[in-house]
Design a protein around this ligand. Structure first.
Ligand SMILES: Nc1ncnc2c1ncn2[C@@H]1O[C@H](COP(=O)(O)OP(=O)(O)OP(=O)(O)O)[C@@H](O)[C@H]1O
Ligand SMILES: [Mg+2]
Length: 291
């Protein structure tokens, strides 16, 4: 469904993604996680063809989208439904009109719209709110409208960028249940999130990005230590995945001392970071982690 093959994207001297390879199959439910600046938005913007990679191939629904013509881009984007943290509803339109509008811009027939909109509103559980305006709805209901709008044109994949970021924990889990139901019905779901508890609870595939590299891709938990603002600069390449902040700080100091004269080029050792003995090796001054 979505394939990244050795994709690199730089913004001048900033790293977006380096040599990223990911295969997302049709019907998958995938969390995309990683610290701020890791490359998550870059990943999504590449799928939407808002930006172009420097190298590598990106396949979406069987098409190499790095090779398609400009006029084909809207057709590719129709295969994708987007859900946003801040809902992005049209305030002057009702729930029904918000969802219908997504079909009108694609010149769908009045009849199709009349049939499809009530169906998706029912699917996301807000059929009774069709005539309300966004400001008459709770945040959770507004996000349901956002999801209905994303689904109304039958996309192959739903990309959700922090969809629960503006919701309380209970409402957030309701929305997660809805996304899971949608996935069970066959839509591929790719969700960017910082919500550790949600990722841990859902027990789905987690693709972790760090400094532009895919550092982990496996079923299960969020992995990253959730760092507070003041701990943001405490970073050891590849090792944020399992150390708690105090361990991280001690390790960081050790790392800084050892690396004063050593090159800081990082190699992508990805899942090896899970091997506890490797951690010990590293903390004892193992050389294999760095070039
Ligand atoms: N338009 C741009 N110009 C220059 N640098 C950019 C641009 N967009 C992103 N970057 C850089 O690329 C890196 C990856 O950014 P990206 O937005 O993909 O991160 P992210 O994982 O989405 O972070 P966040 O969790 O904060 O949204 C960062 O270092 C960022 O500063
Ligand atoms: Mg982002």
């Amino acid at each position: 469904m979505i394939v990244f093959n050795n994709v690199t994207k730089r913004y001048g001297s900033n790293v977006g993604l380096i040599n990223a390879s990911v295969h997302i199959n049709s019907g998958d439910f995938v969390f995309l996680v990683g610290p701020s600046g890791a490359g998550k938005t870059t990943f999504i913007r590449l799928i939407l063809k808002e930006i172009e990679p420097d190298s590598g191939r990106i396949i979406l629904a069987g098409k190499d989208i790095t090779k398609i013509k400009k006029r084909e881009v809207p057709k590719i984007r129709q295969k994708i439904g987007m859900v946003f943290q801040d809902f992005r509803l049209l305030e002057k339109k009702t729930v029904y009109e918000n969802v219908a509008f997504a079909m009108e811009v694609l010149h769908k027939s009045k009849r199709e719209i009349r049939e499809r909109v009530p169906y998706v509103l029912d699917l996301v559980g807000i059929a009774d709110k069709a005539k309300k305006y966004p400001d008459e709805l709770s945040a959770g209901e507004q996000q349901r409208v956002g999801i209905a709008r994303a689904l109304v044109n039958k996309p192959r994949v739903l990309i959700c960028d922090e969809p629960t970021g503006n919701l309380d924990p209970v409402t957030a889990m309701d929305i997660m249940e809805l996304l899971e139901q949608i996935n069970v019905r066959g839509t591929t779901v790719l969700m960017v999130t910082h919500a550790k508890d949600i990722v841990d609870k859902m027990n789905k595939r987690v693709v972790a990005i760090d400094h532009g590299q895919i550092v982990r891709d496996e079923e299960g938990s969020y992995g990253f230590v959730q760092q507070k603002e003041e701990e943001e600069d405490l970073y050891i390449p590849g090792f944020t995945t399992f150390l708690d902040p105090s361990e991280l700080r001690a390790a960081q100091e050790q790392y800084n001392r050892r690396n004063e004269s050593r090159s800081r080029t990082v190699v992508n050792h990805g899942p090896a970071a899970y091997d506890d003995s490797l951690v010990d090796t590293y903390l004892n001054g193992g050389e294999d982690v760095y070039e």
